[in-house]
Ligand binder design. Structure first.
Ligand SMILES: NC(=O)c1ccc[n+]([C@@H]2O[C@H](COP(=O)([O-])OP(=O)(O)OC[C@H]3O[C@@H](n4cnc5c(N)ncnc54)[C@H](O)[C@@H]3O)[C@@H](O)[C@H]2O)c1
Length: 433
């Protein structure tokens, strides 16, 4: 029986390796349409939590997860032997940057090393972790081939399919976001299309894994470059004495040829600050300099220092220095209404201000605490002592914040998100980007 037929009659079994922001929603979707799903993760605590039916991923409610675990459709494991039972294996492990800001594919390679001894002929292996063009074909296929002496595209299927999840997006989720798939051969493409079509409305096959890898990098480079552009426009508007947000909102009334992007304290999350550097790294190895990516990266990574400059401007107008000032940072999640603080620019803003001698606290109802460089930092409990701080810095525009109240009670506000745009009173306290 082919994988396509097994998927159709729901006898296919799926393994999802890496149960984080990408893997857990995928495993839940597979199990939800009646495909027996094994989740694999190296974190014992995460596996135990999932097997209790508890989700720690915002886009997967525990009410959705628990019945799937209870019915046996979804189980989580720390060992890889279940790979031998699976018909298709999706890999969703992290792909961060190294200390030197080069691609770190070591998590994928570690996962492949653990998968290898359990693989069988006829299986489908699909990589969802973002990587550079050529990785699936050159590195992943070769590692799997070495494990058992099987041939990619002949004895087993292999493909790349980028995850396009937008955490917290209430309109577009896994089901109604078109899935891009690129198989090593036409057969690989059809196999991976069959798998995703079971729970995603539209699946688009592209001609190769390399193309699918490049699609993902184009999408995220497009965002990084456009955000870099508006961040630079924000600097220009400051010099010109203009409100950059007013300019963007007005430009966005044009129904064609313009798409609004907004400036802010810098890029955050596991994708936009990182993925374009996978592309520029690959091109560097081919003696080509990806200039747009490097320029956008330089502008975007300078934004936290710009925010600190604005805090200094605000204090300076009160004849105060940042050194010794009490500062409250509002929001460490990298975007509104989520709990993900990876690569968050707010953390850099905190570090930079502390280095200059400020006493910094933070408040984020979505992130009660976070660990950075081995030390844990906790949110203050509430905003009852807001008036005790010399300045409040809005780094995330969570809907839980009452910005009218914040402006009324704070001595000074640095607003990096235009969150206070509807506050009419005490505007003299507010400093924009
Ligand atoms: N989070 C997003 O919004 C998003 C969106 C699109 C693409 N991506 C990409 O998807 C991939 C995964 O990202 P994420 O946000 O889900 O990461 P994550 O850190 O939330 O989850 C990754 C999981 O993989 C596990 N893991 C690490 N090494 C493992 C191994 N060898 N075997 C099994 N499990 C292992 C970790 O314990 C963790 O639970 C990355 O390449 C990322 O760039 C993420």
């Amino acid at each position: 029986m082919s994988l396509q037929e097994k998927i159709q009659d729901r006898s296919a079994k799926i393994a999802v390796v890496g149960l984080g922001y990408v893997g857990l929603p995928l495993a839940t979707r597979c199990a939800g349409v009646g495909l027996r799903t094994f989740g694999i993760d190296i974190q014992q605590a995460r596996v135990d939590r999932i097997n209790r039916g508890e989700s720690d991923i915002g886009d997967v409610p525990s009410e959705e997860l628990a019945p799937l675990v209870k019915s046996g459709m979804l189980s989580a494991h720390t060992t890889f032997d279940v790979i031998g039972e699976a018909d298709a294996v999706a890999i969703c492990v992290p792909t961060p940057l190294s200390k030197t800001r080069d691609p770190d594919n070591s998590y994928i390679i570690a996962a492949l090393d653990m998968i290898g001894p359990h693989m069988k002929a006829g299986q489908l292996f699909v990589l969802e972790s973002t990587t550079y063009p050529g990785f699936t074909r050159e590195v992943m296929a070769e590692l799997l081939e070495k494990a058992k002496g099987l041939k990619a595209g002949v004895d087993f299927h292999i493909a790349f399919s980028p995850e396009r999840i937008d955490p917290g997006n209430e309109r577009y989720g896994v089901k109604n976001t078109t899935k891009i798939v690129g198989g090593l051969t036409a057969e690989c493409g059809k196999a991976v299309q069959a798998m995703y079509s079971a729970f995603i409305d539209n699946v688009k096959i592209v001609s190769s894994p390399d193309t699918a890898e490049m699609v993902k990098l184009l999408e995220n480079t497009f965002r990084a470059v456009n955000i870099g552009l508006v961040n630079e426009v924000a600097m220009m508007c400051r010099k010109l004495g203009l409100n950059v947000f007013e300019v963007i909102e007005a430009a966005a009334t044009k129904p064609f040829g313009f798409m609004p992007f907004y400036p802010g304290p810098g890029l955050g999350g596991h994708c936009i600050p990182i993925d374009p550097l996978y592309l520029s790294w690959k091109l560097k190895s081919m003696n080509y300099q990806a200039r747009f990516i490097e320029l956008a990266d330089a502008i975007n990574t300078a934004m936290p220092a710009h925010v600190v400059g604005r805090v200094q401007d605000a204090l300076n107008d009160q004849s105060r220095a940042l050194k010794g000032a009490k500062v409250l940072v509002l929001g460490v999640a990298y975007k509104r209404d989520i709990d993900d603080f990876r690569e968050s620019p707010a953390i850099l803003v905190i570090d930079l201000m502390e280095k200059k001698g400020a006493k910094v606290d933070y408040y984020d109802p979505h992130v009660p605490s976070f660990r950075e460089d081995g030390h844990v930092r906790s949110s203050i409990a509430d905003l009852s002592k807001l008036a005790d701080y010399d300045v409040a810095v809005i780094t995330t525009d969570h809907r839980a914040f009452d910005f009218q109240d914040i402006v009324e009670r704070a001595k000074l506000v640095v607003d990096t998100r235009n969150a206070t745009k509807n506050v009419a009173t005490h505007r003299e306290r507010i400093y924009g980007l």
